[in-house]
Design a protein around this ligand. Sequence first.
Ligand code: FCB
Length: 454
Amino acid sequence: MGFRKDFAWGAATSSYQIEGAAYEDGKGWNIWDVFCKEEGRIFSSHTGDIACDHYHRFREDVEIMKSLGMKAYRFSINWARILPMGEGKVNEKGIMFYSDLIDALLEGGIEPFITLYHWELPYELYKKGGWMNEDMVTWFGEYAALVSERFSDRVTHFFTLNEPQCFVGLGFLEGVHAPGVTAPVRDTFTMSHIALKAHGMAVKQLREHAKQDIFVGYAPTGTMSYPDSDKPEDIEAARLHLFSLPDDLSQWTWNVSWWSDPVVFGEYPEEGLKKYREYLPTITKDDMKLISQPIDSYAQNIYNGHRIRMGADGKPEMVKRYDGFPKTALDWPVTPECLYWGPKFLYDRYQLPIYITENGLSCHDTVSVDGQVHDPNRIDFLYRYLKCLKQAAEDGSDIKGYFQWSLMDNFEWHSGYAERFGLVYVDYHTQKRIIKDSGYWYKKLIESNGDILI
Ligand code: FCB
């Protein structure tokens, strides 16, 4: 019992958040390169220009992963690093960087998991309309073909989009993420539809150009729902709540089913088709066929959840969090139950093997007088969450892997370097890495394949 023997224990990162080398070796700009330069967008005007300097230090970072016994590593490709204009001419130096990284990982016994899009929209494509332009489907497909062509001789695991909820919602509704636009609601539905078609095209292209059998998934996010009690009606309420859709249009992207039902079932949820009717683009049968290309796994980024009970009116209702509810440094609630009920509900609905592609927390980490970074809160958080995940696996959900967010402290989008999510501390002045206590704990956890979670 416990986790499967071949469980992929890993950590995740994304290119803009760690690589730096923003203007080197022929890399093109992406929307974050542009966005971060604008006064007032990012905490303290931080940028990812240097970030963790991973572009130059990746060998050291792979050594760290190796020393922690990691089995898998999820990273993203910076689209404009390999295709500076977003399409057309390939930048061989960019290809070489990822190729060397992949080789180093494989030499270290670490399985690479590539994310194609962790929000790195090439600026040149943005200028042509980006996610509003139907051509994105072709461009994303060509990019996926190139990635498959060049890397699938060694890489067999791919994810297409990371958290479309965020890049559409935060990028184009709230405008707090790049490109910092507040678009009409209608446009955001158009973008979401184009993004889903681009996902489908990428699945096709990855497979068509693969040098061997590959496994393709997709990595949306979502706040999970968990029941207030073991009563069947509360469990049902939590399930209903998880797959329901917001009424508030300014918040519409924060849901699971609009983004995942089309991918797995080839259909948008009925509830949304009704609720959002006035804002939807034309949706054809062919679109849905493209969107629902078969995938091999269902991935989900999970950080927290809402406690739900069945209300007297027969509708799910949210249970208010008590005063002083546990929270992370970023004020996100600590709700370990979401890593039991989330995967369970998702597995029940989508019937695909599950990867948790992100989970973790930011803490107020500092270097102590002994030169070490003591982060008991992170160990406690991971222990509680992973114990729930283990229980979900034991109760029958097919869970294939877990990627802690994040391998190292990095550029946390509009919070800049103010938040520290890593198992490894990064001193941004010297670029020195220090493995935190949680990193050493994670190593023990991996060695025991989760058996230390009792
Ligand atoms: C997720 C993002 C990831 C990181 C974590 C904290 O929404 O995918 O890049 O910022 O949150």
